[in-house]
Design a protein around this ligand. Structure first.
Ligand SMILES: NC(=O)c1ccc[n+]([C@@H]2O[C@H](COP(=O)([O-])OP(=O)(O)OC[C@H]3O[C@@H](n4cnc5c(N)ncnc54)[C@H](O)[C@@H]3O)[C@@H](O)[C@H]2O)c1
Length: 352
C-alpha cells in the first residue's frame, strides 16, 4: 500500500504564525486557502491566521455537531464558491472535531486537496490532527464515514492552550497518559513535563506507530490502549448526559481497567497497576468507573466496537510490552469489570 510523504509537525509557542511559510514551502502553486473553523474558536484573538493566500474563512458548528455528512456537503459547496482548485489548500483551525471534518472534506473535494492542521485543543494536538485519520459521524455511530488523508503539515501552537477550559485539557491528558504509558515513561517524568514535552513525546510515539502502519492493520492499533472500555463508557454515559465525560476522561478509565484486566490474565503484576494509577493521578485524571453503568450494557458495547471485529479485543500490557490481544474470554472480562466497578464505588471517595 502506498505511503504518504512525511510531513512536519511543529510544536511550540507561536507556531500558528508559520502557516504562510509552510504553505509557500510545500505548496508553491497554491493561490487560495479555505480556513475551516468555528465561531467559538474565532472569538479568541489568537485565531487570526494569515495563510499568505487568497483566504476564505468557513465557519462550521462547534464540537461534534460539525461532524456530519451535511456539513461535508456545505463545506465542499463553500470550497467551490471560493474557487478552490486542486493546487489550493484547506486549513483546519480548531479542536479534533474541526480537523476531522476539514480533513475529510479536503480528502473528498475534487478527489483530494491538501490540508494543513492548526489544532487548538490538547487532544487535537496529541492525537486527532496527526496520523491522517479523518471522518464524520452517522446516526448509527461515531466516525463511521472517513478517509485516510495525511496533512501537508501540522502546527501545534502551545500558546493557544492558555484559553482551553480545564475539562478540555483533561480530555487531552487522557490521550497523553496513554502515549506516555505506551512509551514506557514513568509517573516521575510525567510530573516534570511541560505542555511542549507532553505533546512532543505523545506525537513522537504516534508518528512511530503510524509510520509502521499507516492504515491501521497492525502496530497502530496500540493507540487504542484504553479505548475498548473507554468507548463503551463514553457512549453509555453520553446517552444519559452529554457533559458527564469527555473522550480522554473515558480513555483514562479504560486504561485503568485494561491494566487490571492484564493483571487478571497474569500478564502483569501489581506494580504495573500501581504505576499506571500513578501516571493517571499525576495528570489529574479520574480512574474510576462512573456509578450506575450496567455491566451487561458495557459488555455489549465492547463486543460491538467497530474495531472489535466481533470478538473482545484489548490492547494489554504484558511481559513483551503492549500488544493487541484478540478473543479475550468474555467471562474473564466480565469478572474484571465487576471487580473494577466494586473498586470504583469505594475508590472515588477514599483514593482519589
Ligand atoms: N482523527 C483522529 O485520529 C482522532 C483522534 C482522536 C479524536 N478524534 C476526534 O476529535 C474530536 C474531539 O476533539 P476535541 O477534544 O479537540 O474536541 P472539539 O473539537 O469538540 O473541541 C472542544 C471544545 O474546545 C473549544 N476549543 C478549541 N480550542 C480551544 C482553545 N484553544 N481555547 C478555548 N476553547 C477551545 C472548541 O470550540 C470546542 O467547544 C472527536 O470528534 C474525536 O472523534 C479524532
Amino acid at each position: 500500500m502506498a505511503t504518504t510523504p512525511p510531513y512536519d509537525v511543529e510544536v511550540g509557542p507561536g507556531v500558528r504564525t508559520r502557516v504562510a511559510e509552510l504553505l509557500a514551502a510545500t505548496r508553491p502553486r497554491a493561490r487560495a486557502a479555505a480556513v475551516v473553523t468555528t465561531a467559538q474558536v474565532r472569538r479568541w484573538p489568537w485565531s487570526d491566521l494569515d495563510t499568505g493566500l487568497d483566504q476564505t474563512v468557513v465557519e462550521v458548528p462547534d464540537g461534534e455537531r460539525a461532524k456530519s455528512l451535511a456539513e461535508v456537503e456545505r463545506l465542499c459547496e463553500a470550497f467551490a464558491e471560493a474557487g478552490l482548485s486542486r493546487d489550493d489548500v484547506v486549513v483546519g483551525l480548531g479542536g479534533g472535531a474541526v480537523t476531522d471534518l476539514a480533513g475529510f472534506a479536503a480528502a473528498v473535494y475534487l478527489r483530494g486537496v491538501r490540508v494543513v492542521h492548526v489544532p487548538t485543543t490538547l487532544l487535537a494536538m496529541v492525537d486527532a490532527s496527526v496520523g491522517g485519520k479523518t471522518g464524520v459521524n452517522l446516526p448509527a455511530g461515531k466516525n463511521l464515514v472517513g478517509a485516510f488523508h495525511q496533512p501537508l503539515g501540522v502546527l501545534a501552537d502551545t500558546e493557544v492552550l492558555s484559553t482551553l477550559p480545564d475539562r478540555e485539557r483533561r480530555s487531552g491528558l487522557g490521550e497523553v497518559a496513554k502515549c506516555w504509558l505506551l512509551d514506557g515513561r514513568d509517573h516521575e517524568e510525567v510530573v516534570r513535563a511541560n505542555d511542549e514535552q507532553m505533546i512532543a513525546v505523545s506525537l513522537a510515539l504516534k508518528a512511530r506507530l503510524v509510520a509502521l502502519d499507516e492504515h491501521e492493520l497492525g502496530a497502530r492499533a496500540l493507540l487504542n490502549y484504553g479505548h475498548t472500555l473507554g468507548h463503551a463508557v463514553e457512549r453509555t454515559v453520553l446517552e444519559r448526559d452529554p457533559d458527564e465525560l469527555r473522550h480522554g476522561e473515558a480513555v483514562a478509565i479504560g486504561i485503568a481497567f485494561a491494566v487490571r484486566l492484564a493483571a487478571r490474565l497474569g500478564r502483569v503484576g501489581a506494580a504495573t497497576i500501581d504505576e499506571h494509577d500513578r501516571v493517571l493521578t499525576s495528570l489529574g485524571l479520574r480512574r474510576w468507573l462512573p456509578p450506575g453503568l450496567s455491566a451487561d450494557g458495557l459488555m455489549d458495547y465492547m463486543a460491538r466496537d467497530k474495531k472489535a471485529r466481533h470478538d473482545l479485543r484489548f490492547v494489554l500490557a504484558g511481559p513483551e510490552g503492549f500488544e493487541l490481544v484478540a478473543g479475550v474470554d468474555a467471562d474473564v472480562v466480565r469478572a474484571a469489570l465487576a471487580e473494577f466497578a466494586a473498586e470504583s464505588s469505594g475508590g472515588e471517595a477514599t483514593r482519589g
